[in-house]
Design a protein around this ligand. Structure first.
Ligand code: AMP
Length: 436
């Protein structure tokens, strides 16, 4: 039997309606903040991710799904390395949305110099070669937003406020959500801070795990995220980003917090929050649902250097992404779901002689905008009514031989069982009125 790839899921039925609901709420809420939807390709050149996400990150080093076309495979196997491939032949499935979107923004000049900031959102599948487990998939779905062209701390606060509103509209009680924020500094102060964390790790060499020693060289800030309890104990004494910010970053961070206070959004400052990707500068944030046990359900931050890394002009940016699958797990832990109820419909039932009439009536109802079902399996009238119940029909239109001969149809309310006779030529309008 054919099976899906481990760590991937099929979206259908109520699970699909859950994903669509997330998109619908995003379109409505983000639209009210002036965000437009965009979609970038699922495959990008590897360099887009290497430049953007950072060579030292787990995502780039271990988790990217590489795409090899059939034409380049034989050469690759023969040479045993990809060194001979041109940049455009080295491709990967996107592990996140920001790098590709920033690449598109540079390529199409989304943010002309002096122009207003660009705000966009996306809802797409992402791919990471992770060990599959609950809430950790190889293909998962994210809804994300990006704002390009604004360094104003008000934007940082606005996107965080919007994120919290989004979670509430998806059904999370505000008190179940834990928002953590931090500032990671910028090109001026972050390298100095990074170096001080590196020195700190190296001065505690004997106490740290081998992974952390490697991190000290490639990405020291990630040592704060080490799963090893002892490393975490040691890192509790490491220098903190907030104590090492330059004046500009400290002032920016203070303003973000003041705006959040003004908006009444509760947050916890977490000086160890560093996030996994290299591109973050200044504000970073993450949201967890403590009771769900699936890790962060969303997070993001500012990335003022990313446009340049992707070959564009210096342009500040900020964004966030939330994960559909983890949100659904977290909601279920709270006894809720994103899934929407099965929509109600009209069922057109008839005797076998009226098959052609069913076809015509169903078409008229659909043209009037009514979700309409009918029988395709020559069932008896009794089992058509059963089927109507299963399909959540609110109204049943019955086309009996005598009624049709008299130019009429019976319209039955499935909840009250009340029936009325309606002329066939006004049927669609009558039923559409009932369903409105
Ligand atoms: P990140 O880009 O890692 O900050 O991810 C943003 C959000 O995407 C996370 O908060 C999760 O909700 C979700 N996410 C990240 N990786 C995975 C994964 N492997 N499986 C499912 N959801 C994920």
């Amino acid at each position: 039997m054919a099976q899906r790839v481990q760590g991937t899921e099929d979206l259908y039925g109520s699970y699909m309606s859950a994903w669509q609901h997330m998109e619908d709420v995003a379109r409505e809420l983000f639209g009210s903040y002036g965000f437009d939807r965009v979609e970038t390709p699922a495959i990008e050149q590897v360099d887009t991710f290497v430049h953007g996400i950072g060579e030292s990150t787990d995502v780039v080093r271990k988790e990217m799904f590489r795409v090899i076309s059939g034409a380049t495979l034989p050469g690759l196997l023969e040479q045993g390395s990809e060194a001979h491939l041109k940049a455009r032949q080295r491709m990967a499935l996107r592990p996140e949305g920001t790098a590709g979107l920033v690449r598109a923004a540079v390529e199409h000049n989304f943010v002309p110099q002096g122009g207003a900031p660009v705000k966009c959102w996306y809802g797409e599948a992402m791919f990471r070669g992770e060990r599959p487990q609950k809430g950790r998939l190889r293909q998962f779905h994210q809804i994300g937003i990006e704002v390009l062209g604004a360094a104003d701390p008000a934007i940082d606060a606005e996107v965080i406020v919007m994120l919290m509103q989004y979670f509430e509209l998806l059904g999370f009680p505000r008190e179940a959500l834990a928002l953590r924020i931090n500032s990671m500094g910028d090109a001026a102060c972050r390298p100095v801070y990074r170096e001080s964390v590196r020195s700190f790790i190296l001065s505690h060499k004997e106490e740290m795990c081998a992974d952390c020693l490697e991190r000290a060289e490639v990405n020291p800030l990630r040592a704060f995220d080490c799963k090893n309890d002892h490393c975490r104990e040691v890192m509790a004494d490491a220098p903190l980003a907030k104590d090492n910010l330059c004046d500009e970053c400290a002032s920016h961070y203070a303003q973000v917090k003041a705006y959040l206070d003004e908006a009444g959004v509760a947050y916890e400052e977490d000086p160890t929050l560093v996030r996994g990707l290299d591109y973050y500068t200044r504000t970073v944030f993450e949201v967890d649902v403590a009771s769900a046990g699936v890790g962060a359900i969303g997070g993001g931050g500012r990335y003022d250097g990313l446009m340049e890394l992707e070959g564009g002009r210096p342009t500040p940016g900020i964004g966030f992404a939330v994960g559909f699958e983890r949100i659904e797990i977290a909601l279920q832990a709270l006894g809720r779901t994103l899934a929407t109820p099965v929509p109600s419909c009209v069922y057109v039932a008839a005797t076998p002689a009226q098959r052609a009439k069913v076809f015509a009536v169903a078409q008229a109802l659909r043209e009037a905008g009514v979700r309409t079902e009918e029988d395709y399996q020559a069932r008896s009238l009794k089992s058509q009514f059963k089927q109507a119940d299963k399909l959540n029909a609110r109204v049943c239109v019955v086309l009996g031989d005598d009624e049709v001969a008299a130019g009429m149809a019976t319209v039955r309310d499935m909840a009250t069982h009340e029936q009325v006779q309606v002329p066939l030529d006004g049927l669609a309008a009558h039923v559409a009125g009932l369903m409105a």
